[in-house]
Design a protein around this ligand. Sequence first.
Ligand code: NAD
Ligand code: LMR
Length: 329
Amino acid sequence: HFGQSQKPPVRVAITGAAGQIGYSLIFRVASGEMLGPDQPVILHLIDLPFAMAALNGVVMEIQDCAFPLVQGIVATDNQAVGFKDVNYALLVGAKPRGPGMERGDLLKENGKIFTETGKFINDNASRDIKVVVVGNPCNTNCLILANQIKDIPKENFTAMTRLDHNRAQYQLADKLGVHTSDIRKIAIFGNHSPTMVPYIDQMTAKNHKATVDQQWVTQTFIPTVQQRGAEIIKARKLSSAASAGNAAMNHITTWVNGTVEGDYTSMAIPSDGSYGVPKGLIFSFPVTVKNGKYSVVQGLPISPFYQGLLDKTIKELVDERNAIDHLLK
Ligand code: NAD
Ligand code: LMR
């Protein structure tokens, strides 16, 4: 008895489920927007002990939506239970940066969280689990997590730069006077941080090669995309939530259903050395996806301008890795 659908349910874990991204994300996953209107889901909602009362309120609201696709809800602060047999995990829960905290402090705090979560996923999740890390600093958190994994393929562990990709797409569509869906062949390289590299040298608009003037690219477009997260925090006094949840869903949907012919997307994945990026770093690349497998788009021309930007974001990720090196032993 799978409700209105005959497909067996899949288990979707969301950490930080009582937080603000969780609040926009969970209901859309429950409605079928991420995995399709014929795919029943069992929601695994994970948060810290202090957040269980709030999480219980979220559970009541899910119940009150009477979603046809929801076959069960597991709400817990116990990660062994939370990740049991899970097929998809959206790792949103992380400690946000507090006043006076350096990036290194944040890395250390979240390093502990992602070390622990890696062990629980390794010991409990389905062997086909697909993971996207959203909690910041998401690339290096994913590196720490994946290091704990012994018998699940490393390529199943990714971090989210789809929000940056979507942000870039909007800025370009607005500039060119076309719809966002008309913009193709753009990508984010590197870290989800202000060093990220929005790459647009192969961009098409309505299937034709499209160019924008270089001064706008360097002085407006790239800084706008790089600083968009900070701009939202300034405006909302809270970090982006609905758009971050939306991008996390997009990331998984594309990973499952594939990219459109003639286009690519951005995912932060374990580097295989492409574009001179040190192997193993969790680095955002342009990727195509087919049959649930992603591949890096090879051979994109990298101008000296873009190479300079790539070098900076590579250096930042190497520095982050060095800062948490003791957690990788
Ligand atoms: P929030 O503070 O509203 O919610 C975070 C939730 O995570 C809280 O309920 C907290 O209790 C929980 N949590 C913390 N540690 C946990 C753990 N070990 N296990 C389970 N739950 C835990 O924050 P938010 O606005 O929802 O943002 C969450 C994270 O996403 C932040 O790190 C934020 O910086 C990041 N973020 C990333 C992107 C991106 O593009 N990659 C975009 C926006 C936000
Ligand atoms: C975002 O890109 O919106 C977030 O990562 C915000 C941030 O910088 O914490």
